[in-house]
Design a protein around this ligand. Structure first.
Ligand code: FPP
Length: 248
């Protein structure tokens, strides 16, 4: 029996964010180069995306490349970029079949041209899909995103378009790359590490955090179901008391 049968489909997280971690350690365990781990991580991306689409989760954001990842050995960076281009091309069929809309957040303009092109094409081709929205965080970091938002707001103030007194949480949220999407309700990180690593810091303010020791290439649909079941057992209080939340 699949764990999916224990999921309450009426209380699904609308948006799940994932830090796909542990590819390097997985490769090492198998006596291979790090890129072998990333290559095998693609099947976990496919399984997770399919499971979210099948369940009816609306948004899935995957941390595929952080602004800090440029500091990795050049060979690994190049291989990751190549893998990304290749995977987007290969998975177009899955995206179309499952009516998945592909989007991206992050400093996309600084990605290699080939990567930008492949991404732009896939985004364009899937733009009218109404199933799951799959958001790739690429060359992304929260501090970069927040810095860009601050610059935009400062410019708007300077030009007299925004009054400082009127700057609200909504003003900031509307300047983030994620302005079109609801905040993730569940954040999953694989590989046993328990930190946010500059990922969606603003957006995850009230998210439930779920950490699993499973290394990303081994993460499968049942692991995702396990995380969702755990999420559904939690009481989300948003600063209120338990009694207040129960009365509703
Ligand atoms: C973290 O593991 C993983 C990454 C930085 C890259 C994730 C990329 C993929 C799964 C490949 C394809 C993705 C898409 C969306 C097509 P790590 O290398 O930090 O692992 P370690 O901590 O064990 O060294």
């Amino acid at each position: 029996m699949s764990l999916s049968e224990h999921i309450d489909k009426n209380r699904l997280p609308e948006h799940i964010a994932i830090i796909m971690d542990g590819n390097g350690r997985w490769a090492k365990m198998h006596g291979e180069m790090r890129i072998f781990g990333h290559q095998n991580g693609v099947s976990a991306v496919r399984a997770t995306t399919e499971a979210c689409a099948e369940l009816g989760v609306k948004f899935l954001t995957l941390y595929a490349f952080s602004t800090e990842n440029w500091a990795r050995p050049q060979q690994e960076v190049d291989a990751l970029m190549e893998l990304l281009v290749e995977t987007i091309g290969k998975e177009m069929g899955t995206l179309i079949e499952n009516k998945i809309r592909l989007r991206a957040i992050g400093n996309i303009s600084s990605l290699p041209a080939k990567c930008r092109r492949e991404l732009a094409e896939a985004i364009q081709e899937t733009q009218h899909h109404e199933g799951l929205t799959l958001i790739l965080a690429l060359n992304y970091s929260s501090r970069w995103e927040l810095t860009e938002a601050m610059k935009k707001i400062a410019q708007d103030v300077q030009q007299g378009l925004v009054d400082v007194e009127n700057i609200s949480e909504n003003t900031i949220a509307s300047c983030l790359d994620t302005y079109e999407y609801p905040n993730p309700e569940l954040m999953i990180r694989t590989s046993g590490e328990q930190r946010l690593s500059n990922y969606l810091l603003w957006q995850l303010a009230y998210a439930e955090l779920y950490f699993t020791p499973v290394l990303w290439p081994d993460f499968n649909k049942e692991d995702l179901y396990r995380a969702i079941i755990d999420f559904q057992k939690r009481e989300r209080r948003f600063g209120k008391t338990s009694e207040q939340v129960k009365v509703k």
